[in-house]
Design a protein around this ligand. Structure first.
Ligand code: FAD
Length: 480
């Protein structure tokens, strides 16, 4: 032992449990120095909802560290320069971190590892965020997977790493703590206006919130997940996505909790399997981003490059504000605005509407989601938008255009979801809730709705918009 601290560089692993970099640092027996660096230059600047989450998550991580006799040192700036400064200030001899998989983060981390090693600093990285890292899963021909089902079969059969043992109650601390900025300095939360009330009511960022979500999901929701996962009108999914994105819980912890529960209880096996498959989709999107790093910006199928996207500022604004006149789309877009999250089924419907009914480039929708989702994730967002557009790997075919009325009727059969997020339609009888323009005038009157005044008329006719989209696709495919 040298008493030279080991820096644990926290990034998208904002937890103490099952954190391999932290466990490895503790195992050295040296003082542990937790650091978080706000480095916007390393990739895309997070959107407002993500920044709010980050603020809350870092605050709870700091509290958890303090309960272990440590603290979180906050610094802003270029990550390499900042680490070099903390190394100088503290005499630390090592930097440990858990790997990130976005292209810019990979490039940065490679550079930093080489720099540290050249300076004689012990630099080690670990896997905390994925069940299987992208370069470890290959087809028999040694290629990356392009289709989900064989990818899933391959990773389903692989052993999953064990969850790490809990860390000791007290962490070995450095003799003196270096200076830290404060979260207030960073102003990650919006102040004027503060639009985060809906987010605050809906979420509990941090490791405890993540654990509570997982336990509640297993107790109350998992058993009906196979059918419930498609229903936005009640809580039918885990809502773990933002916790997973920020690494407040890791996929290994979730995997083991679910499989242990399924093994111990009757009848939830197929539900558990269906849920694990979604974790498989998460892995697949990271696999895609790793092997095709331009996934967020470029059509995965280059045949889409000449697609005649429309420039439609009014359509885009109506979609963003939840004022398209299609209740299920509007409910989804307002759910997003209110709580920074949208149900997966409705994400597909809303994305399909933007891309196919409005013919707006998927990249514009991807950027809006990026700015507004608390779970905004480069891999999952980009892969999902390309999936809906039809331009992605193993994507839905372009001609699969979601009908917003039928989708609403099928997945929100009582209109509960629409009524919650589009309150101006609340009094409409269920038979008209997904197509108010078809309701007779007296019914609209009784519900207090004046179409075009209290709620918009549809901004496009879905049937005609669908034909227009298919014609555009046809022209692209035949090279007209
Ligand atoms: P659950 O059904 O409980 O699933 C458990 C976990 O599996 C999720 O937390 C998530 O990490 C993963 N998962 C579930 N469905 C998918 C999927 N289709 N693709 C990849 N991973 C999945 N998810 C994000 O985390 N971040 C995003 O930025 C994002 N953008 C999306 C954009 C579009 C257009 C679409 C259609 C989907 C997007 N998704 C994104 C995927 C999915 O909608 C969310 O992961 C899911 O709604 C999160 O809710 P949950 O945690 O309750 O999911």
């Amino acid at each position: 032992m040298t008493d030279a601290p080991v820096i644990v560089w926290f990034r998208q692993d904002l937890r103490l449990a099952d954190n391999p970099a932290l466990v490895a640092a503790i195992a050295t027996g040296e003082p542990v120095l937790p650091v978080y660096i706000l480095a916007y230059q390393d990739g895309r600047v997070p959107g407002g909802a993500s920044r709010w989450w980050l603020d809350r998550s870092l605050a709870t991580l700091d509290i958890a560290l303090q309960e272990h006799g440590a603290r979180l040192i906050l610094r802003t700036g270029d990550a390499a320069d900042t680490l070099a400064a903390v190394l100088r200030e503290t005499g630390a001899g090592a930097v440990f971190w858990n790997r990130c998989y976005e292209p810019a983060a990979i490039a940065r981390d490679k550079r930093i590892k080489a720099m540290l090693q050249a300076a004689g600093i012990d630099a080690q990285s670990f896997n905390a965020a994925l069940l299987h890292e992208p370069w470890t899963v290959k087809t028999q021909q040694g290629q990356p997977y392009k289709v989900f089902t064989p990818f899933w079969r391959a990773i389903r059969a692989l052993p999953k790493g064990a969850v790490l043992p809990s860390i000791p109650k007290s962490l070995p601390s450095p003799a003196a703590w270096p200076g830290s900025e404060t979260l207030a300095d960073w102003a990650l939360k919006p102040a004027k206006p503060d639009w985060t009330r809906g987010l605050r009511d809906a979420w509990q960022p941090g490791e405890c919130g993540a654990k509570e979500r997982l336990n509640a999901f297993i107790d109350d929701t998992l058993a009906d997940y196979r059918t419930g996962r498609d229903r936005p009108d009640f809580v039918g999914t885990s809502r773990l996505s933002p916790h997973l994105h920020f690494g407040e819980i890791g996929p290994r912890q979730i995997w083991h909790a679910i499989t242990t529960h399924a093994a111990a209880s009757d009848g939830t096996d197929s539900a558990a399997e269906s849920f694990l498959r979604e974790l498989g989709w998460r892995e697949f999107t990271h696999h895609l981003l790793y092997h095709w790093p331009d996934l967020p910006d470029v059509n995965w199928k280059r045949s889409f490059d000449g697609f005649p996207w429309r420039d439609d500022a009014m359509g885009l604004a109506a979609w963003q504000r939840g004022l398209t006149g299609y209740p299920i789309v509007d409910a989804g877009m307002r759910e997003l605005w209110q709580i920074g999250w949208m149900h997966n089924r409705v994400r597909m419907i809303a994305a399909s509407f933007l891309i196919k009914d409005l013919l707006i480039d998927w990249r514009i929708g991807e950027k809006w989601f990026w700015d507004t989702l608390v779970d905004a994730d480069l891999a999952q967002n980009a892969a999902s938008w390309q999936w809906v557009a039809g331009s992605g790997a193993d994507a839905a075919p372009f001609f699969r255009v979601f009908n917003p009325v039928l989708q609403g009727q099928k997945f929100d059969p009582d209109g509960t979801y629409v009524r919650r997020f589009v309150p101006e339609l609340a009094k409409l009888p269920t038979e008209h809730i997904h197509a108010p323009w078809e309701a007779p005038a007296p019914v609209l009157d009784r519900a207090g709705i004046a179409l075009g005044a209290t709620y918009p008329k549809p901004i496009v006719d879905h049937k005609r918009a669908r034909e227009r989209a298919l014609a555009a696709y046809q022209a692209l495919s035949s090279g007209d």
